[in-house]
Ligand binder design. Structure first.
Ligand SMILES: [Fe+2]
Ligand SMILES: [Fe+2]
Length: 195
């Protein structure tokens, strides 16, 4: 169903060496998490592999595709070029590769900002991106251990981490991220641990 070899060859030609390595590490991590949590490992591998497909496209191109997409680009995202590649990537996969699996498309679209009501695959791609082999931020080991115990608790830590970074940068917060944060904070009201 997913032509992994064709996609891998395409990405190798499209991405820098570092981004390609990241992409393959995320794919592997997504497959591992999928096996752990009962998602289809091949589908998760493919979704992880394509999550940054548009990351290195010219910003203007990313914005154009993100605007053309019908996947709900919000004004706060429109103000933050770093998240355009998720929405643009889902659009590109749908229009240029004929990907019709909405769950895969949403996993790509929301891997930057999260959302409330994320599917298992969406959580796997979001967290696979944060825990891939080459990641070395302080707290990554705790993040990895947490993801092995609970994807939901992993999402809470990941969202706190992302929000803290955005607040420090004086950035606007997309409502998707706030809604996701509220969802997981309600799930773990006693947990105040931060990575
Ligand atoms: Fe990304
Ligand atoms: Fe990524």
């Amino acid at each position: 169903m997913y032509d992994v070899e064709k996609m891998q060859a395409f990405l190798r030609g499209r991405l820098s060496r570092e981004r390609f390595a990241h992409t393959m590490n995320v794919a592997k991590e997504c497959r591992r998490l999928a096996k752990l949590y009962g998602e289809d490992p091949d589908r998760a591998y493919f979704a992880g592999m394509v999550h940054d497909i548009c990351k290195e496209d010219p910003r203007q191109q990313q914005l154009e595709w993100a605007r053309l997409s019908d996947m709900g680009l919000c004004p706060e995202e429109e103000a933050a070029y770093k998240v355009w590649h998720g929405v643009a990537g889902a659009y590109f996969l749908r229009t240029h590769f004929g990907v019709i699996d909405e769950d895969v498309l949403r996993a790509v679209r929301f891997h930057t900002v999260g959302r409330s009501g994320m599917s298992l695959l969406e959580k796997i791609v979001y967290l696979g991106d944060m825990t891939s082999e080459e990641r070395s931020y302080s707290g990554v080991e705790i993040m990895r251990r947490t993801c092995n115990e609970s994807l939901e608790l992993g999402m809470l830590y990941a969202l706190r981490y992302a929000l803290k970074k955005q607040l420090k940068r004086n950035a606007l917060i997309p409502h998707y991220t706030l809604e996701a944060y509220n969802e997981y904070t309600r799930m773990f009201p006693e947990n105040t641990y931060h990575i």
